[in-house]
Design a protein around this ligand. Structure first.
Ligand code: SF4
Length: 638
């Protein structure tokens, strides 16, 4: 055993061999953790980053009062972490506790709660527990002590390392709340696996840490898929109400006998509709000033907003004793966020149309600044590693997340042979907003088909939006003789899995998947080997230049002097690289990435593409694609 290998073993690395870049990442992670620092690591697929990070983090935790908190937005990642920990445990014969969480709503045993928003669900759960109306919760404890059933289940769980789905299954058999059981496990755990929500929603974090008897100051925080953190946190902190939810709140208050409150909410609804009439008029969206909304409500209700908020929250609690969700409570939460969030939020009134509801209006308090929730976390944790396969520019993430001190940056190259990936930019078409329409869609459809027919297997094509995807699909389907599978808005998990399996089944024949950049398939599918031979990214998936995007650009310009890049271009290019990352998941995989838009050769966009891609610009991609696959298939035969 050489010196390096023995070093890796000391750091509890669980696999027999270590790849060069993986070894570097392992040592770097150890250094960061030992020195209580923060690392922002761009680490492409294939490095084996989970083991490289979790092993030294666990080693540190076992030798100190620290614990490891691994947060990820992806459910599949939980399995990888659990498997890695099991390997460490069996290889090094070390004992440590592990607790695995997904969103509480997804762990809950009550039927139908998956339809509630996380906020509504949390309120419901809180009320049920407070009033001892949840039997699964009640069965966990007898007075201050754990019940016999809970103790015996915990005894079993402490002997091994279990995935959250297994824990939920055991809990269901015993009729015990899985979240409570996981918190009991968490109290003694050296490793907790959880969702971003558990750490970056301030109220949820407080409760989560108290229940698991943990402190941020002892936390080695590992953030997986960290490229998604800024937008996810912004989403967590954003809230909205509509004229429809206000109307429901009026009725709810009335039905529960709160006549005056019902009248007050009616006045808020009238004021809301006045804003629509006087401010929005025939526009799609307008900004609303914080003060004007507060003043309007206080004048009409003749009460301070703070008093109204307290009242709505109280009534919300009462309503949830009978119903699962409270519209009055939701209004209280919204007004609270409107009142308290002075900086870093855009307040926007919008017109919306839905096939089910017709036209309605939405008032949003949109968070622009994720650091409002993340800064404190990264300041307080013992150390942290943020990692992703698309985490460039690394310094942008530090700025967006408010990480100012004790931070280091590292960018690793892809460990896979460069010659296995053909990367082409085809600057012939565009999905620029001004050029969208039949003529351009026909050209794009034709170009896609010319490329697809040269690819001897599955191809995924990702578009900037569902509208563009559907627009091009109508022309592409007339040309294409392969089966086309289409990702649709709002697909359920089951529907997505069916589509995924069907796509895999068709790999030998070759099928085409139509998806959307930034949506489920472009961000999450894992297709190795011959299951995916090419990804075509059609257009730059820029956000619609609406008021929120405008506010984001202005805010980042003011704060960092980089509004256009941070607020508009980089998020779109991250989606492009993420979509391209569906291809080549192992050393032996090969395939072609084709970027179809004239803007990809523009400097501002081109510079966002990974440095280790060997990019060719061409107007005849089909020839290069054909040659590439002929060569690769020949190599395989030899
Ligand atoms: S206590 Fe547990 S089972 Fe009961 S509502 Fe909350 S999460 Fe669900």
């Amino acid at each position: 055993m050489n010196m390096l290998e023995s070093e890796y073993r000391k750091l509890l690395f669980p696999f027999p061999t270590v790849r060069k870049i993986q070894g570097d990442f392992l040592l770097k992670s150890n250094d960061i953790i030992e020195n209580s620092q923060i690392l922002i690591a761009h680490a492409p697929t294939g490095i084996g980053k989970t083991a490289a990070v979790i092993a030294p983090a666990l080693k540190n935790a076992l030798e100190s009062d620290n614990f490891v908190l691994f947060v990820t937005p992806k459910h599949t990642q939980h399995y990888i972490v659990i498997e890695t920990l099991k390997r460490i445990k069996s290889k090094y014969k070390v004992n440590f506790g592990v607790s695995d969480f997904i969103g509480k709503k997804w762990m809950c045993l009550l039927p139908g709660v998956d339809r509630l928003s996380s906020r509504d669900f949390n309120e419901l759960c809180k009320d049920l527990k407070r009033d001892e109306r949840c039997n699964f919760f009640n069965k966990v404890r007898k007075g201050d002590k754990l019940s016999r059933e809970a103790s015996s289940l915990l005894k079993k769980l402490r002997k091994g390392i279990f995935h959250v789905e297994e824990i939920c299954k055991f809990c269901k058999e015993k009729e015990l709340c899985p979240y409570e059981i996981c918190c009991e496990l968490g109290k003694e755990a050296k490793v907790i696996i959880a969702d971003y929500y558990h750490v970056f929603e301030p109220n949820v974090r407080k409760a989560f840490f108290i229940k698991n008897k943990k402190e941020l100051e002892n936390c080695i925080l590992i953030v997986d898929e960290a490229h998604a953190l800024p937008s996810r946190v912004r989403k967590i902190l954003s809230m909205n109400i509509s004229n429809l939810s206000l109307r429901r709140a009026v009725k709810e208050a009335e039905r529960f006998g709160f006549v005056k409150v019902s009248r007050d909410i009616g006045k808020i609804l009238d004021f809301f509709l006045e804003l629509v009439k006087d401010k929005l008029r025939d526009k799609e969206e307008v900004f609303v000033r914080r003060e004007e909304f507060i003043k309007g409500i206080e004048e009409r209700c003749e009460e301070s907003l703070q008093d109204l908020i307290d009242m709505f929250n109280l009534i919300g609690d009462e309503v949830r004793e009978v119903k699962r969700r409270s519209y009055v409570g939701k209004l209280g939460n919204f007004l609270e966020s409107w009142y308290n969030q002075i900086e870093g939020f855009a307040k926007i009134l919008r017109r919306r149309v839905s096939p089910m509801l017709g036209e309605f209006f939405l008032l949003s308090n949109k968070c622009l600044d994720p650091s409002l929730a993340t800064k404190e976390v990264f300041e307080r944790v013992k150390s942290s590693i943020l990692m992703s396969g698309t985490l460039t520019p690394t310094r942008m993430y530090a700025k967006l997340l408010g990480i100012e001190e004790r931070v280091e940056f590292v960018e690793y190259p892809s460990p896979f042979p460069k010659e296995n990936r053909l990367v082409l930019i085809v600057p012939e078409t565009t999905t620029k907003f001004k050029r969208r329409g039949e003529i351009e869609y026909r050209r794009i459809a034709r170009k896609c088909w010319e490329i697809v027919r040269e690819i001897p297997g599955n191809v995924a094509i990702f578009f900037p939006s569902y509208e563009v995807k559907d627009g091009i699909l109508q022309f592409f389907s007339r040309l294409c003789d392969r089966e086309i599978l289409v990702e649709k808005k709002g697909m359920s998990k089951v529907e997505r899995m069916e589509l995924y399996h069907r796509f895999k089944e068709l790999a030998s024949k070759g099928a085409v998947l139509f998806g959307v950049a930034g949506a489920s398939f472009a961000e999450g599918i894992d297709l190795s080997g011959r299951n995916l031979l090419s990804v075509i990214v059609v257009g730059v998936p820029l956000e619609k230049p609406n008021l929120e995007v405008q506010a984001l650009i202005d805010y980042y310009e003011e704060k960092f002097g980089a509004g256009w890049n941070f607020g508009y271009i980089f998020p779109a290019m991250i989606k492009v690289v993420q979509a391209a990352g569906r291809l080549i998941r192992s050393e032996r995989d090969f395939g072609a990435v084709i970027l179809l838009d004239e803007r990809f050769v523009w400097r501002n966009y081109y510079k966002c593409l990974p440095k280790d891609w060997k990019i060719q610009v061409t107007k005849n991609p089909e020839k290069l694609v054909k040659k590439f696959f002929e060569r690769k298939l020949k190599e395989l035969e030899e």
